[in-house]
Design a protein around this ligand. Structure first.
Ligand SMILES: NC(=O)c1ccc[n+]([C@@H]2O[C@H](COP(=O)([O-])OP(=O)(O)OC[C@H]3O[C@@H](n4cnc5c(N)ncnc54)[C@H](O)[C@@H]3O)[C@@H](O)[C@H]2O)c1
Length: 366
């Protein structure tokens, strides 16, 4: 078992517990005094049927009576409509501020349940039980909660921290391969922006990672969370260095907005990182070899480095409307080298167009 404590600005720190089962969960709830109340487990239609009964049994020992709210799995459900439906459920069942919201699922569940916990009756207790690799390494840490709105990713949201994050790594055995590698994109991102040694380690451990060797996964999750911890503790509300975590996200989100339902978040981030690395190369920040190395490292992890059928003008339009554009111009994360990212405000739409052409798949036989 591993435990990482995340410090927050309001001094209500929380632990991320990594374990190979749910055995420790009861003790964690008891230690936090999260007993004798009602809980709503928010989960999706794939994770809920596999794990919710187990969680109900465990928290029942802490005298917590739980109901389950299940939504249709997938990013398409991460909307204000689902949030309003959950508010109705909470009201109908008389949930109060002392009750508890539990997110049981991937990043979609965590983002949406966290937003409900932040806003229902101005905030109630929140516990996160991430079940996808992406949620374990990234979305359950750092307090960002959100839903998509009007076709824009994460347009409505709040910063709200959980009381506890409990990751049972063995649940990754039921996660589909495509979703496993989707989460791996955020692992690669963390290494590329902050830690060249970790990046080398990921290459070295490629086979163990793809085989889902338990010890390797625990170390990988621990290292990735530690990078995120260092960044979010220094800059909890993204006024500075936290924006480095958005490497690949400016172009990635814009692609994702045009491909909801067919492309996953991490896949779009991988494409966004390739595009950002290409822009860095064109600006003489990365060598050609470094650019190609970053691009090709996604391939063994089943992540895309090219994409077909993209509307480049629509993507650029999405980027310029994206929230990362403020008064000082478009905020882009570029790379000085592997392990060293920087914020850049000089990227032009022509450079983005060139990068999009670089990642566009052209069928030579057409
Ligand atoms: N808040 C943040 O800081 C942050 C950071 C990165 C990404 N995100 C958000 O996270 C979301 C993507 O997260 P995701 O990739 O986990 O998506 P997801 O929640 O849709 O999960 C992916 C799929 O895997 C299934 N699944 C999850 N765990 C499983 C398990 N153990 N066994 C079987 N199936 C399982 C889910 O049902 C779903 O079908 C996006 O909405 C993205 O915007 C948020």
């Amino acid at each position: 078992m591993n435990r990482i404590t995340i410090k927050t600005p309001n001094k209500i720190d929380y632990d991320v517990v990594l374990n190979n089962s749910f055995d420790q969960l009861e003790e964690e709830f008891n230690t936090l005094g999260l007993t004798d109340r009602k809980a709503l487990i928010i989960t999706d239609s794939i994770v809920g049927p596999i794990y919710s009964e187990q969680i109900i049994q465990i928290i029942g020992k802490c005298n917590i009576s739980a109901k389950v709210y299940t939504f249709h799995a997938g990013e398409e459900s991460k909307t204000s409509e689902t949030v309003f439906d959950i508010y109705d459920f909470l009201l109908e069942n008389n949930y109060t501020r002392s009750d508890l919201i539990i997110a049981l699922g991937g990043g979609v569940t965590g983002d949406m349940a966290g937003y409900v916990a932040a806003t229902y009756r101005r905030g109630l207790n929140f516990v996160s039980i991430p079940t996808s690799l992406l949620a374990m390494v990234d979305s359950s840490v750092g307090g960002k909660t959100a839903v998509d709105y009007n076709g824009y990713k994460n347009m409505i949201g709040a910063f709200y921290n959980p009381k506890l994050v409990y990751a049972n790594i063995s649940v990754l055995n039921t996660l589909e391969e495509r979703h496993f590698y989707n989460g791996f994109a955020e692992v690669m991102k963390s290494a590329i922006i902050k830690d060249a040694h970790f990046y080398e380690w990921l290459i070295e451990m490629m086979y163990e990672i793809c085989d889902k060797d338990y010890d390797t996964l625990e170390e990988l999750i621990l290292k990735t969370i530690t990078i995120k911890k260092l960044i979010v503790e220094k800059d909890p509300y993204e006024n500075g260095d936290r924006a480095l975590l958005n490497l690949g996200h400016t172009i990635g989100h814009a692609i994702e907005s045009t491909k909801i339902g067919c492309m996953l978040h991490g896949e779009c981030v991988a494409l966004g990182i390739v595009a950002a690395a290409h822009i860095s190369y064109k600006k003489n920040m990365l060598s050609m070899d470094e650019y190609l190395e970053i691009r090709d490292m996604f391939v063994p992890f089943n992540l895309p480095i090219t994409i077909d059928d993209i509307d480049k003008d629509l993507i650029i339009n999405n980027i310029t409307k994206d929230k990362k554009q403020d008064n000082e111009g478009l905020k882009f994360v570029l790379l000085k080298r592997i392990g060293k990212a920087c914020i850049d405000r000089s990227v032009t739409t022509d450079e983005i167009m060139e990068a999009l052409k670089e990642i566009e798949y052209i069928d030579e036989l057409d």
